[in-house]
Write a protein that binds this ligand. Structure first.
Ligand code: SIN
Ligand code: FE2
Length: 198
């Protein structure tokens, strides 16, 4: 009998929440993040209440997620540079589409990748991803660097470098967030969130 080792890495956490441990290769992704940030620098966005987010953020792809005093939305031009967001690297897209497919969401077609950088102490408050047009498409979330505790619905998932979470279907509008990142041997945690925004 053939044993499918690849399939054994697919873990269903809840209906619509799938964990793919060590699915992403940080050695490939981190230099690409650096290249994107050299064109569209990381910045701390302001939320409508006036506070700054603790994570630093940039984007690539046709659309980038932004927040300012007017609210949350997607824009095709980076407000910091007044230039289009850098293109989504093919390695990013292949990873996101492959992860979605492994998780049972064939045909994922992301047009946006939000890149969050967490220094120790940075966190992401509980929220729902609801600025996208099409909730039929899942969210693919890639963790790199320092570990984190990711909370989604009533589950807490400890995430390490290279782990990927896919949430869609019944979990597409599940509340999720990240506990404050703890200092460790690496400077940051990065998270890539792939979405179909437009
Ligand atoms: C997010 O929900 O935008 C980020 C999630 C994460 O950093 O794991
Ligand atoms: Fe989110």
């Amino acid at each position: 009998m053939m044993v499918d080792l690849f399939a054994s890495r697919v873990e269903t956490i809840r209906d619509g929440v799938v964990l793919l441990r060590a699915f992403a290769d940080p050695r490939i992704l981190l230099p690409l993040i650096d290249a994107i940030a050299s064109v569209a620098p990381f910045r701390s966005m302001t939320v409508p209440g006036g506070k700054s987010m603790s994570v630093a953020t940039t984007s690539c792809g046709e659309r980038g997620w932004i927040s300012d005093a007017r609210g949350y939305r997607y824009e095709s031009v980076d407000p910091l540079t007044q230039r289009p967001w850098p293109a989504m690297p093919v390695e990013f897209r292949t990873l996101a589409v492959g992860a979605a497919s492994r998780a049972g969401f064939a045909g994922f077609d992301p047009d946006s990748c939000l890149i969050n950088r967490y220094a120790p102490g940075a966190r992401m408050g509980a929220h729902v991803d609801k600025d996208e047009r099409d909730f039929d498409q899942p969210i693919v979330s890639v963790s790199l660097g320092l570990p984190a505790r990711f909370k989604i619905a009533d589950a807490v998932i400890p995430l390490s470098d290279g782990d990927v979470v896919v949430f869609g279907g019944p979990a597409r509008t599940a509340k999720h967030g990240v506990s404050p990142v703890v200092a460790g041997p690496l400077p940051y945690r990065f998270n890539l969130t792939f979405r179909r925004a437009g």
